[in-house]
Design a protein around this ligand. Structure first.
Ligand SMILES: NC(=O)c1ccc[n+]([C@@H]2O[C@H](COP(=O)([O-])OP(=O)(O)OC[C@H]3O[C@@H](n4cnc5c(N)ncnc54)[C@H](O)[C@@H]3O)[C@@H](O)[C@H]2O)c1
Length: 262
C-alpha cells in the first residue's frame, strides 16, 4: 500500500438510515467532507450548518449534486450564539424527524504570541471553539435524552495535547473540547448517548492554504511520519467511524487522526 496516495473510501452503509447534523460544513475542509461521507455512508437526511450564508447555500447545492440525496437542508448558525444554536437544533430535529448524529465541527484559531494577546482575541477563539461545542452538545443532549439514543462527535485537535508557539488560545480551547467530551460522555452514558472526539494534526485544504503561512504548513507536514497532512476525507472517515455502530463500546474518547505521536 502506498501511504502517500490514499484511495478515497467508498460508502459501506455505516450510517444507513441515520439522520445527521453538522456545524461549520460550508467550508473547503473537514466539515463539508464529513457531510459528503455521511451521505455516502447511507444517511437518510442531513442538515448542514455554517455561519457563512453564501457558502452555505452553495454547499447545500454541491452536496445534493455530488450525492444525489434530496433530503439535504442548510441552516445558518453561529455556534457562539445560544439562540441560533437552539434554533438550529429545533430545525434539524424537525427536518430529520429526530437527529441521530451530531458532528460538532466548528472551531477557529488565529496565530498570536501570548504576550501580544488581547482579551477579545482570546475570548473569540475560546467562545467559538469550546463554547460552541459546549452549546451544541448541551442542547443536543437535551433532545437525545428524550429518545434515549444518539451520537455526538466533536472535532478537537492534537494541539489539545501538544505545544505549539502562538497557539495558546486555540490549544486551550481544544484541550477544553477533549475534557468536555470526557465529562459530558459520562453523563450521556446514563441515557444511551455516546460522545467522542477526533483529534486531527493537519488536514490541508484550499482555505487553510490561503490563511496559513506556506513555511508553517511545510514545517507541519514535515513533522508527519507520512510526510503530508491528511486529506480532509481521512479525518471525516474517523468521524464516520465514531458516529457509527462500529464504535458502540467507545465513549468519552478522543482519537488522534495523525501520523505522528500525540
Ligand atoms: N484543517 C486542519 O488542519 C485541522 C487540524 C486540527 C483541527 N481542525 C479542526 O477541524 C475543524 C474544521 O476545520 P477545517 O480547517 O477543516 O475547516 P472547515 O471547512 O471544516 O470549517 C471552516 C468553516 O467553519 C465556519 N465557521 C467559522 N466560525 C463559525 C461559527 N462561529 N459558527 C459556525 N461556523 C463557523 C466557516 O464559515 C467555514 O465555513 C475546526 O474545528 C478545526 O479547529 C482542523
Amino acid at each position: 500500500m502506498n501511504i502517500h496516495q490514499p484511495q478515497y473510501v467508498n460508502g459501506h452503509g455505516l450510517l444507513k438510515g441515520r439522520s445527521v447534523l453538522i456545524t461549520a460544513a460550508a467550508g473547503a475542509g473537514i466539515g463539508f467532507s464529513a457531510a459528503k461521507r455521511a451521505v455516502e455512508e447511507g444517511c437518510r437526511s442531513i442538515v448542514i450548518s455554517d455561519v457563512h450564508e453564501g457558502r452555505l447555500q452553495a454547499a447545500v447545492e454541491q452536496l445534493r449534486a455530488d450525492t444525489g440525496l434530496e433530503q439535504v437542508a442548510g441552516k445558518l448558525c453561529n455556534v457562539a450564539d445560544e439562540e441560533q444554536v437552539q434554533a438550529l437544533i429545533a430545525f434539524a430535529e424537525d427536518f430529520c424527524g429526530g437527529v441521530d448524529v451530531l458532528i460538532n465541527n466548528a472551531g477557529l484559531g488565529t496565530t498570536k504570541a501570548l504576550i501580544d494577546m488581547e482579551d477579545a482575541e482570546w475570548d473569540r477563539v475560546i467562545d467559538v471553539t469550546l463554547g460552541g461545542t459546549m452549546r451544541m452538545t448541551r442542547q443536543m443532549m437535551r433532545t437525545m435524552k428524550t429518545r434515549g439514543e444518539g451520537v455526538i462527535v466533536n472535532n478537537a485537535s492534537v494541539l489539545g495535547w501538544r505545544a505549539q508557539k502562538e497557539q495558546s488560545h486555540y490549544a486551550a480551547a481544544k484541550a477544553g473540547v477533549m475534557a468536555l467530551t470526557r465529562c459530558a460522555a459520562l453523563e450521556a452514558a446514563e441515557f444511551g448517548v455516546r460522545i467522542n472526539a477526533v483529534s486531527p494534526s493537519l488536514a490541508v485544504h484550499p482555505m487553510l492554504k490561503k490563511s496559513a503561512p506556506e513555511d508553517l504548513l511545510a514545517e507541519l507536514e514535515g513533522r508527519e511520519a507520512y510526510g503530508r497532512g491528511a486529506e480532509v476525507w481521512e479525518v471525516a472517515n474517523v468521524m464516520i467511524f465514531l458516529a457509527s455502530d462500529y464504535s458502540s463500546y467507545l465513549t468519552g474518547e478522543t482519537i488522534s487522526c495523525s501520523s505522528q505521536r500525540a
